[in-house]
Design a protein around this ligand. Structure first.
Ligand SMILES: Cc1cc2nc3c(=O)[nH]c(=O)nc-3n(C[C@H](O)[C@H](O)[C@H](O)COP(=O)(O)O)c2cc1C
Length: 174
C-alpha cells in the first residue's frame, strides 16, 4: 500500500531519457499494469501498440506534428526508447476514461520500477486528422479504434519535482 502511495507521490513527467532500452521484464510489467487497469463494464477494450523509439512511424508522426517548422530540440516523446500508443473503441463511451486509467497505471508501474514516463496527448489532432487512415494502418489499430493517449517510457536522464497542487482550490468536502 505504502509503495503505491510512494509511486503516486514521486512520479513526475520525464522529458529526457538515456538510450538504455527497457528490458523485456520491465516492458511486460508496465504493459501488465495497463492491462490490469479497471475498464467500464470490464470491457477491456483498450489496445496497446508498443513501438521502439527508433521506429520510423514515430519520426513521421513528429514531422506531421511540427508541420515542417523549425527543428525542435526534442521530438514529441523526448527520444524515449519506448513509446506505447493506447487506442480505444470509438463506439464505446468510456474508452477515453479507460485509457486514462490504464495509462496512469502504466506511469505508476514505471515509477515503481525506477523508470521515467511521459503521458502524451499532443499527437491527438495529428493522429485523428485527415491522415488518420494512414496512421491507424501504420500503428495497426484494431478496426473501429481511435487514438486515445500515448506514453513514453525509459530511463530518466533528467529529473523534475512532482507538480504542486492545491487541495484548497480543487477539493470541496461537504
Ligand atoms: C492527458 C495528458 C496529456 C499530456 N500530454 C502531454 C504532451 O503531449 N506532452 C508533454 O510534454 N506532456 C504531456 N502531459 C504531461 C503533463 O504536462 C504533466 O502531467 C503535467 O504538467 C504535470 O506534471 P507532472 O506529470 O510532472 O506531475 C500530458 C499529461 C496528461 C495527463
Amino acid at each position: 500500500m505504502q509503495e503505491v502511495l510512494k509511486a503516486i507521490r514521486e512520479r513526475s513527467s520525464t522529458r529526457g531519457y538515456t538510450q538504455e532500452k527497457l528490458t523485456k521484464e520491465e516492458l511486460d510489467a508496465v504493459l501488465t499494469a495497463g492491462l490490469q487497469a479497471p475498464t467500464a463494464a470490464n470491457r477491456q477494450e483498450i489496445h496497446f501498440t508498443v513501438l521502439d523509439g527508433g521506429d520510423p512511424i514515430l519520426a513521421e508522426i513528429d514531422a506531421a506534428l511540427t508541420g515542417g517548422s523549425a527543428k525542435k530540440e526534442h521530438n514529441f516523446y523526448y527520444e524515449a526508447p519506448t513509446v506505447v500508443i493506447l487506442s480505444g473503441n470509438e463506439s464505446f463511451r468510456w474508452s477515453a476514461v479507460d485509457a486514462g486509467i490504464a495509462v496512469e497505471n502504466m506511469a505508476l508501474a514505471a515509477e515503481a520500477l525506477g523508470l521515467g514516463s511521459l503521458i502524451i496527448g499532443c499527437v491527438r489532432d495529428t493522429l485523428t486528422g485527415e491522415r488518420r487512415p494512414h496512421f491507424d494502418a501504420a500503428l495497426r489499430l484494431p478496426e473501429g479504434y481511435v487514438f486515445e493517449v500515448a506514453i513514453a517510457l525509459g530511463h530518466k536522464a533528467v529529473t523534475k519535482a512532482p507538480h504542486e497542487y492545491s487541495a484548497e482550490k480543487n477539493v470541496t468536502i461537504l
